[in-house]
Design a protein around this ligand. Structure first.
Ligand code: NAD
Ligand code: TYD
Length: 337
């Protein structure tokens, strides 16, 4: 058995990872440590909850006693650190928890993993650590880190820490830096689910600035397969970019969603821009392709339609989310929009 500690497994990417791997890998035993913040949702893990190779633990990655208990009891040999505060807009509203979880939390987890001699520690990072691109060029693994938001700066700090533990202690760490993900189970604060849900509810769609900021989109399962490959075959001390070469201006995605749901473009409303808004992200993933043989399998054209249809069919999933805390956040972020 491969005993893996997955942190943040009740969030969007982590829950997709666990559900996918437990139905495809008999040799994985997965312990999911998640603090169940606003973004954590145990409903996401319904397909896995009765699996004998799955254990959920409600807790915080900054809790070193709890981590000691988990590493000992479950003989953890692999760690995938998905746990994070992950939303740029929230990091602008209040940054402290971002450094607490994404930096201090990663440090506590890393120190514990070192103490128990893990075979691989995989830090799930983001292309946002590289900063913003102009019209041309792509982020490669050697692009200097130049993060612009509190969120991306906390992720960059964690990346450097993890790589320093390889340099100093020889720890078998790997870092993955992926572009923007989309797919089922994404919390509706992020662009794609927010625009789908507002469209379904005939609510206005708040597009920041001119809507021409570019993101490079990848389907969540393609990201998770890459993570799995890097966990198994990635060279310790290395960074791997992950992306599907699918750049799109935000406004085009919003229009595509409206078109598919047969809603009018009048729902679009340009709102004041995000402070410090990165203009363009685009990732060069030739290293993981060449060295590990990874290739994205999902075409954007098909997977985005499947994703929109998933939200249309799974209203009860998001209706339970867009109450309470979400309404408060929405009010603060979008005012009386
Ligand atoms: P998410 O916000 O949907 O989920 C984060 C999960 O972490 C939640 O379940 C939350 O409860 C948990 N968590 C938060 N703080 C915790 C703590 N202190 N201890 C334990 N659990 C805690 O995020 P996501 O979109 O699934 O992203 C997962 C990871 O992937 C993050 O590290 C993020 O930086 C990275 N990433 C995300 C994207 C993207 O497009 N969403 C792209 C590249 C990288
Ligand atoms: P987001 O999903 O928050 O991801 P990130 O900022 O980490 O790339 O945003 C994706 C893009 O969509 C980004 O350029 C900001 C823009 N955006 C809007 O225009 N309106 C919105 O309401 C949101 C949430 C994002």
């Amino acid at each position: 058995m491969k005993n893996i500690l997955v942190t943040g497994g009740a969030g969007f990417i982590g829950s997709n990872y666990i559900n996918f791997m437990l139905s495809n890998r008999d040799e994985y035993f997965i312990v999911n440590l998640d603090k169940l913040t606003y973004a954590g949702n145990l409903e996401n893990l319904k397909p896995s909850e009765d699996n004998k190779n799955y254990q959920f633990i409600n807790g915080d990655i900054v809790n070193s006693e709890l981590l000691d208990f988990i590493f000992q009891k479950y003989k953890i040999k692999y760690v995938i650190n998905f746990a994070a505060e992950s939303h740029v807009d929230r990091s602008i509203l209040g940054s402290q928890i971002f450094y607490q979880t994404n930096v201090i939390g990663t440090n506590v987890l890393l120190e514990t993993a070192r103490k128990y001699d893990v075979e691989k520690f995989l830090q799930v990072s983001t292309d946002e650590v590289y900063g913003s691109l102009g019209k041309e060029g792509l982020f490669t693994e050697s692009t200097p880190l130049s993060p612009n938001s509190p969120y991306s700066s906390s992720k960059a700090a964690a990346d450097m820490m993890v790589l320093a533990f390889h340099h100093t202690f020889g720890m078998p760490v790997v870092v993955t830096r992926c572009s923007n993900n989309y797919g089922p189970l994404q919390f509706p604060e992020k662009l794609i689910p927010l625009m789908i849900i507002n469209s379904l509810n005939n609510k206005k769609l708040p597009v920041y600035g001119d809507g021409l900021n570019v993101r490079d989109w990848i389907y969540v399962i393609d990201h998770n397969k890459a993570i799995d490959l890097v966990l198994e075959k990635g060279t310790p001390g290395n960074v791997y970019n992950i992306g599907a070469s699918n750049e799109m201006p935000n406004i085009e995605i919003v229009k595509l969603i409206l078109q598919h749901l047969k809603k009018p473009e009048e729902l679009i409303q340009h709102v004041i821009d995000r402070p410090g808004h990165d203009r363009r992200y685009a990732i060069d993933s030739s290293k993981i392709k060449k060295e590990l043989g990874w290739l994205p399998e999902y075409s954007f054209e098909e997977a985005i339609i499947q994703t929109i249809d998933w939200y249309a069919k799974n209203k009860s999933w998001w209706e339970r989310i867009i109450t309470g805390e979400y309404q408060k956040y929405y009010q603060t972020q979008y005012k009386n929009f």
